[in-house]
Design a protein. Structure first.
Length: 561
């Protein structure tokens, strides 16, 4: 028997799914075993909604010393590809989960599924139908009107067996025939109105090649694959609730034991995001994004490249919760979880994204000092680093104004400002080019204020970040923002029209501390006063590329307000 939640000594209240699993273990159902599964279709990359599903399935198995299978439901060879399989494996491993020896494919069971179908035909519970898919849809009826039986529904068992065998042997063209379950065309559940079990597709499969030209439908293959693998709890999202009677019907008619129990939970929907795989594919294929791992995409790969951490994603999934009611979660909660995690774990460094040069007139020519900077005040174990300081520096253009309002506490002519970890300086003048653009800012330094403290105790309100011009490392910074400008881009069906034209701004000439010269892809840092960033895979040794993960604060909340 697996552990119960009481034995795991968890102090947190259990959700309704964990309560049910706990109850089954206590009652020794399935001999007290817990076997879950995560069954993605290999026709795209995983997104944040899938992350909720596999965190739940792998999480419960891990918490209770059970097993979680990774099974690819590869029953539609038209859309499937091995590149998606590899991406899915990569994402799940990155999130910290492992399936061990329990890697399976629905295609592993094609022969067994065929035998199950033959068995149902012999019971008089399945028949070969010559109606086209359009006619089947027409005969099925609507939610308010009953369906109409196929004229081929009462073929003899012998004829159905012969036709199904010939379907397998490739004697018929695509769409010429289907194998359908014989249930009830008057059922109030439209999915029980003689659903299709097999269709003909003369398409090569990524694993079985050209061995098969008939492929099982998802509803038929899924429940039987669960049963074959000994799955105890089939956890899936709410849209499958209406499919559960069909799931149970196949298991019951084939008398399969022990039977998996399907339990549904709400999907993870996010504001300013599309979660439909069909729509994500459209974004990729129409080059609205740079690929499945574009940092603006809600895919696990995109979030990884943007700088999100597995811990932050898991924490978000946990905060979003499990219910039996569909809901839309504000994406700001996800961004909050990312900030919360990165605040504790990311070193803080200085980088200037929109630089203007500062010259300290009374600082000795050629002199270089090393200032001591704290890597992360939230974690003393991260220690300190040395930051070079010299006569010429870069600061942000927006940190200087020739004339400023009363509450502008940055650099203004005649006013003192503190340079982080360094000195107090006073701006004396600036120079401009022929277009009126500021090219240089001139200052004087208080030589007695090293470390940023005035010797006479006078207070200086503003503190600016900076980098030494002589030592600065040139970098490219990509400012990623939300991909859509509307909270619900799917509301009117024209989601492409809602794309945010400002979702990416590339700053090719930024300057950062030399401390970052040895960074590698996926390293995460905080640029002080700016936000959290991640090193992109496009980085070069002499010019790193940083993706903005999230700003320091929720700028959209202010914008909406």
């Amino acid at each position: 028997m697996e552990k119960t939640y009481a034995e795991t000594k968890t102090e947190e209240p259990l959700d309704f799914i964990r309560n049910k699993v706990n109850e089954d273990i206590t009652n020794n159902k399935n001999d007290g075993k817990v076997v879950t599964r995560f069954p993605p279709e290999p026709n795209g990359y995983l997104h944040i909604g899938h992350a909720k599903a596999f965190c739940l399935n792998f999480g419960i198995a891990k918490e209770l010393n059970g097993k979680c299978h990774l099974r690819f439901d590869d029953t539609n060879p038209v859309k499937e590809d091995d590149k998606y399989i590899q991406a899915i494996k990569r994402d799940i491993h990155w999130m910290g989960y492992d399936w061990g020896d329990n890697l399976f494919y629905a295609s592993d069971y094609y022969e067994k599924l065929y035998e199950f179908a033959v068995e149902l035909i012999k019971m008089g519970k399945a028949f070969v139908c010559d109606l086209s898919m359009e006619e089947i849809k027409e005969y099925r009826g609507t939610l308010t009107t009953p369906g109409k039986e196929s004229p081929y529904r009462n073929r003899s068992i012998e004829e159905n067996l012969d036709l199904f065998k010939r379907m397998r042997n490739g004697e018929f063209t695509d769409g010429a025939k289907t194998l359908r379950a014989k249930i009830d065309m008057n059922s109030t559940n439209i999915h029980m109105r003689d659903p299709a079990m097999y269709r003909i597709k003369h398409v090569s499969h990524h694993r079985t090649g050209d061995k098969w030209c008939i492929y099982p439908m998802y509803d038929f293959a899924h429940c039987l694959s669960d049963a074959i693998e000994g799955i105890t709890h089939s956890l899936c999202s709410l849209e499958f609730e209406i499919h559960r009677p069909l799931y149970d019907w196949f298991l019951e008619k084939l008398n399969l034991h022990p039977r998996p129990q399907q339990i549904e939970f709400n999907r993870l929907n996010l504001t300013y995001t599309v979660m439909s795989k069909r729509k994500l594919i459209k974004l990729v294929e129409e080059n609205k994004v740079f690929g499945w791992d574009d940092p603006r995409m809600p895919t696990v790969s995109g979030m990884r490249r943007r700088g999100y951490t597995p811990r932050a994603i898991k924490n978000f999934v946990k905060k979003a919760g499990l219910t039996k009611r569909e809901q839309v979660i504000d994406v700001s909660l996800l961004e909050y979880c990312v900030r919360e995690d990165l605040n504790k774990t990311s070193p803080r460094v200085m980088g200037v994204l929109n630089p203007v040069k500062v010259i300290i007139d009374n600082y000795p020519e050629g002199r270089v000092e090393e200032m001591t900077a704290v890597n992360n005040p939230e974690d003393e174990t991260m220690g300190t680093r040395k930051v070079p300081f010299s006569k010429e520096l870069y600061i942000e253009k927006e940190d200087f104004r020739e004339e400023a309002p009363r509450k502008f506490f940055r650099m203004v002519p005649g006013r003192e400002v503190r340079l982080r970890y360094a000195y107090i300086v006073k701006c004396t003048r600036c120079t401009k080019d022929e277009n009126g653009e500021i090219t240089e800012i001139h200052c004087t330094v208080d030589p007695e204020s090293r470390g940023g403290t005035a010797p006479d105790g006078r207070k200086v309100k503003g503190t600016l970040h900076w980098v030494s011009a002589q030592h600065a490392l040139k970098a490219e910074v990509r400012l990623y923002d939300r991909l859509f400008k509307r909270e619900n881009p799917e509301s009117d069906g024209h989601f492409i029209d809602d794309l945010n034209s400002d979702s990416l701004k590339v700053l090719p000439e930024c300057f950062v501390e030399p401390y970052l010269k040895n960074v590698k892809p996926e390293d995460r840092i905080q640029f002080e006063r700016i936000g959290y960033f991640c090193v992109d895979e496009d980085s070069k040794k002499d010019k790193p590329v940083f993706n903005r993960t999230v700003p320091l604060r929720d700028s959209w909340a202010k914008k909406n307000k």
